[in-house]
Design a protein around this ligand. Structure first.
Ligand code: UDP
Length: 385
């Protein structure tokens, strides 16, 4: 059999969600996959639940000593274990997604071993080097051989930095199809809302987990205060990092804000679709609201996803500006326009394009008869944008 084996490295919830469409498309192409989970986030039990929720088998391998370690230890421990695995498996290509320490380690290990690196969600830039994610993006951008960009603006960022045009492809972001696939029908959506005890259109859904919001007690207090001041009940599924900081700083939570355990993806999307407004510092949520047609206040210093702001789905602000941003987004004519506006992040076929590009870039298995492969650009064109 001549089909190459592809290693896919991931370590966090958003990577599982966004790589699921790529894995399913690779499977449909008959490509053997080696899924390695670094364990950067979440215990193995939660991980398994998340993989199954995205229609995937649990990962073949979970690395040791990565979750809970600091940044340098996460990256070095991952590289050490990934390089051992890649030497044994000899993949034809390695796929990484986004801007995590896991993606950074996967790209480094593969590059140093001479294995082509495919980067999903390439070319995002916040131009804020204080964000660990921005440094990861820059490093992965330097190492990748195939850059799969969600938007033309992301491709422009790479071309401006001198990336060869033949390596840059606008594929869309697989979050579009992942969101469509995971969002249940109206009956199940209402059941989720009832189970959690919120009313359609009568609450705000919030998420907070970026260090810029969680690691300074004053900023976290201000953000909680802003959420408590919106005039609607707020549901806040708590990221483990945020829970630890809240408890560590001993902060009081306003009466209008209800803390909740993190929820599964299908449940989260149902809660976002049923809410009046979303407030978040998440990257993935900035994309998902554009598929759901919902308004979002992004509470951050900067965003690497200006497309959602330009298309009117989100407003970027500090905690002090949340109320005003919410009022502007919640104008009835604006809400009506958002409900039918297309997502700027793709058409729902990104996973297919990325799988085709991966197959075209992959080295043939050792000892196989080389077959003429289409150039990556030609393979991508086979799935029209
Ligand atoms: N998410 C989820 N359950 C939750 C909160 C978020 O499934 O309780 C999903 C959300 O739909 C999105 C992803 O997790 O797809 C975002 O992850 P996160 O905000 O942790 O990371 P980021 O996207 O900022 O890297």
């Amino acid at each position: 059999m001549n089909a190459p084996r592809v290693t896919v490295v991931m370590g966090t919830r958003p990577e599982i969600i966004k790589l699921a469409p790529v894995l399913l498309a690779l499977e449909a192409l008959g490509v053997e996959q080696d899924v390695v989970f670094t364990g950067q986030h979440y215990d193995p039990e939660l991980t398994e639940v998340f993989f199954r929720g995205c229609g995937l088998r649990p990962p073949a391998t979970v690395l040791e000593g990565v979750g809970g370690a600091d940044r340098v230890d996460q990256i070095t421990a991952s590289i050490a274990q990934l390089s051992l695995r890649m030497r044994a498996q000899r993949p034809g290509a390695v796929v990484v997604q986004g801007d995590t320490n896991s993606a950074n380690a996967g790209a480094q290990a593969a590059h140093y071993l001479g294995v082509p690196v495919v980067h999903v969600e390439a070319g995002l830039r916040s131009n804020d080097r204080a964000m660990p994610e921005e440094v990861n993006r820059l490093l992965i951008g330097a190492l990748a051989d195939v850059h799969c960009c969600a938007t033309a603006a992301n491709a422009e960022n790479l071309l401006r930095a001198g990336t060869p045009a033949r390596a840059v492809h606008v594929t869309g972001n697989p979050i579009v199809e992942a969101t469509r696939r995971a969002l249940p029908g109206p009956v199940q959506q209402s059941r989720f809302l009832r189970d959690v005890g919120v009313e359609q259109d009568g609450y705000v859904l919030a998420t907070v987990h970026r260090p810029e919001n969680t690691d300074d007690p004053q900023r976290l207090r201000d953000l909680l205060g802003a959420l408590g001041d919106l005039g609607l009940p707020v549901l806040l599924p708590l990221h483990p990092r945020t829970r630890a900081r809240l408890e560590g700083f001993g902060l009081a939570v306003p009466a209008a804000v209800r803390l909740h355990e993190p929820v599964g993806h299908t449940e989260f999307l149902s809660l976002a679709a049923g809410s009046r407004l979303v407030v978040s510092d998440s990257g993935g949520v900035q994309e998902e609201v554009t598929v759901l047609g919902k308004p979002l206040v992004v509470v951050r210093n900067s965003t690497e996803r200006p497309e959602a702001v330009d298309a009117g789905f989100s407003v970027l602000t500090s905690a002090a500006g949340v109320r005003e941003a919410a009022a502007s987004l919640l104008r009835p004519e604006h809400l009506a326009a958002l409900a039918t506006r297309p997502s700027p992040f793709g058409d729902g076929r990104a996973g297919l394009r990325i799988a085709a590009l991966t197959l075209a870039a992959a080295l043939p298995p050792a000892g196989s008869v080389p077959a003429p492969a289409p150039a990556p650009a030609a393979a991508a064109r086979a799935v029209p944008v």
